[in-house]
Design a binder for this molecule. Sequence first.
Ligand SMILES: [Zn+2]
Length: 255
Amino acid sequence: MRSGLAVLAAVLLLGGLATPAYAERAELTARAVKPLEGRVVVLDPGHQLGNHNFPRRINRLVPAGGFRKPCNTTGTATNGGYPEATFAWQVTRLVQARLQKLGATVKLTRNANRQDRWGPCVDERGRAGNAVEADLKISLHGDGSYAAGARGFHVIAPTDRRPWTHDIFRPSRRLALDTRAALRARGVPVANYIAGGDGLDFRSDLGTLNLSDVPTVMVELGNMRNPRDAHRMTTPSGRATYARALATAVRRYLG
Ligand SMILES: [Zn+2]
C-alpha cells in the first residue's frame, strides 16, 4: 500500500513536471539568463590595420550599391598615432564578448588586426549579414575631423533607396535611434560638428550600408582627432563605455 502511494505520488509529480506550464517557466528562465539566445549579430570593425600597406588592393573599385567605390580606406588615427582600425577592433571584441554572454551568435567581418592584412572591401562588409540571416549588423568606426573643437559620436543609417535599402531603411532607423539612446545614456556626447547636431545621419553613399539585406548602422564613436574623444578612445575604461552602450543598443533593438 505504501509503495503504491509512492508510485502514485511519483506519477503525479512527473505529470506536474511535464505540464506545459513547467516547460514554459523553464524556457522563460533560460531566456532571462540568455536573452539573445538564437540571435545572430554581425559586427564590422572598420578598416584593417594593414590597409595602408596594400594601396593597390585598397583602391580597387568594388560595387557599393548601384555605383562603385574604392575597396576600403586606411582609416584615421588619434594625434598620438592610435589607429582607427585598432580602436574599432578593440571595441568590437568587447561588444562581441558581451553579446555572446547574453547568448547571441556573433560574426565579425575580420578576424585579425594586423599590419600584414588588408580588407575586406566595403562590398563584402556590406553583405556580411545577408547569408547568415543576421538580426542586425553594426559597423564600428572613429571619425577624423580636424575642425576645432569637433567631438562626439554620430550614427549613420541608410536612406530609402530602391532596390538597395528599401527593405531595411525603417528597421535600420530604429537601430540607429536605439544606438544613439544607449550612447547618450552612457554619457558619450552627440557630435557637435556633423549630422545636424542630433547624432543621426542618413547616407546613400556607403557600400557597407547599401549592400546589407539586414538592418544595419554605422557608428562613428568619436572624433579621433579631438583630444577629449581620443582620451576616451585610447583608455580601456573609455572603450568599455562604448562597448556597454552598443550591447545595450542591440538588446533594446532585439527586444
Ligand atoms: Zn572609418
